[in-house]
Write a protein that binds this ligand. Sequence first.
Ligand code: ZN
Length: 298
Amino acid sequence: MKRLTRLLVIIAAFLPFSGAMAQIKVFACEPEWAALTQLLGGEKVTVYSATHARQNPHHIQARPSLIARLRNADLAVCTGAELEVGWMPALQRRARNSKVLPGKPGYFEATDHVRLLEIPGQLDRADGDVHAEGNPHIHLDPRRIRQVAQALAQRLQVIDPENSSAYRSKWRAFDQRWRKAIRNWQRQAKPLRGKKAIVHHREWVYLLDWLSIQRAGSLEPNPSVPPTLGHLAKLRDMKKPDLIIVSPLNDPKPANWLRAHNSAPVVILPHTVGAVANSGDLFAFFDRLVERLLRIER
Ligand SMILES: [Zn+2]
């Protein structure tokens, strides 16, 4: 009997928290949505990020560990607009979790809630265009992040109605802090207005749009098609841009080649939360973005 009691005590210690304490399990496709969901859900959610800052979200393997995570999720938060088209549908098929299928409240796509840029006139996948539904990299504009956050806060209330008031107050606190931060970043970045930037991958389009920086071209002839010498030569012959933007994931050679010819500065910007030191949450991420852009002014 004594042994049985001891056994029960041990089992109880390993049991998860009971009903009222249960957290909503969130599967975030990218680090930026993991960070946003954590801000909006706080202690009511446990968030798993399917990808990290050293991975290209266009190209992810549908690994068994990801399938297991999605199988147990209450909510999946992804970018959409075909960013995850190469892996998320495969995960959804194999996870057999009806809660997180397209059309269900448990599947949230950020791009459903903002206006997309660069929607192509006609599909041309033969050229390797991975932005066939429009440019999906909306997280590089904090105004669009705010729109996504508002929709995501509402979705959390649908998934977990018991905690609605907690999600509403977290949204209000986030919104107040975020709007103030946006005003600060915009004030700091004023000297960048009207500058001309060449980017490696066109993920930076939303950042440039927000800060009124002109798009002078991209090192990739088409999204995710590696730069060619012929294409780089065209960029070399253009008027000199004010900066060349790359992410830590990009091969630095094309940008360095161009710099060697036109002496425009190359700026390495974090493309997501955690991509460079001290960019571990959304506020710090935009702090680093603006700070690094302003270095060209010095
Ligand atoms: Zn892309």
